[in-house]
Ligand binder design. Sequence first.
Ligand SMILES: CC(C)(COP(=O)(O)OP(=O)(O)OC[C@H]1O[C@@H](n2cnc3c(N)ncnc32)[C@H](O)[C@@H]1OP(=O)(O)O)[C@@H](O)C(=O)NCCC(=O)NCCS
Length: 176
Amino acid sequence: MMVRPARDTELEAIRKVHLAAFGDDERETVACLACELQSNTSDPRHLGLVAEEQAVIVGHVMFSPVSVEGDDRILGFILAPLAVSPPRQGAGIGTLLVTEGIRILSGSRANIVFVYGDPAYYGRFGFRRETAEGFTPPHPLTYPDGWLALRTNDARPLPDAAGISCVPPLDRPELW
Ligand SMILES: CC(C)(COP(=O)(O)OP(=O)(O)OC[C@H]1O[C@@H](n2cnc3c(N)ncnc32)[C@H](O)[C@@H]1OP(=O)(O)O)[C@@H](O)C(=O)NCCC(=O)NCCS
């Protein structure tokens, strides 16, 4: 199994992974989001990774840039979405996708990575509610406990409170 940057030609395979992994109520929305973010190749700050096994894509994660209101020198990202093909779940693929993404972003001097997800899962990578506290997400949250963040370096002090803006595909109230 290998984790590597996604290619422009792999949108259909990426879409299939998300369609298979998510439940009926969200699969179309998330698959569409994943493809929209992944096709935004005009912005080099987007990072999409796939997990490939025997020439088949079995996992995908996307990191896109966010702006922190009041300080455009802070380099922030948000992890969304993440999916692993159901038959391959529980084999460490999600962990590899997330840790490789964080490793790459840390190397590119990212200061903070946000995620809106299950604290029980993302907590294992160091994402914490306390770290996200004070940062207002782009839209009101259905599950406020899922708003988490991870500091990837301390090179820049962060404000005590600031609004976060995201890229257009994520800037939809129904995703939050
Ligand atoms: C969440 C997901 C990406 C994890 O990928 P994975 O390859 O199965 O994850 P890993 O094998 O690296 O880790 C599996 C571990 O995570 C745990 N886990 C998986 N989903 C979890 C969740 N929602 N909450 C808490 N723990 C979770 C498993 O119980 C397992 O625990 P263990 O290591 O103690 O046995 C995958 O299950 C998936 O695609 N789920 C559907 C889509 C989804 O929910 N995406 C995340 C949106 S926030």
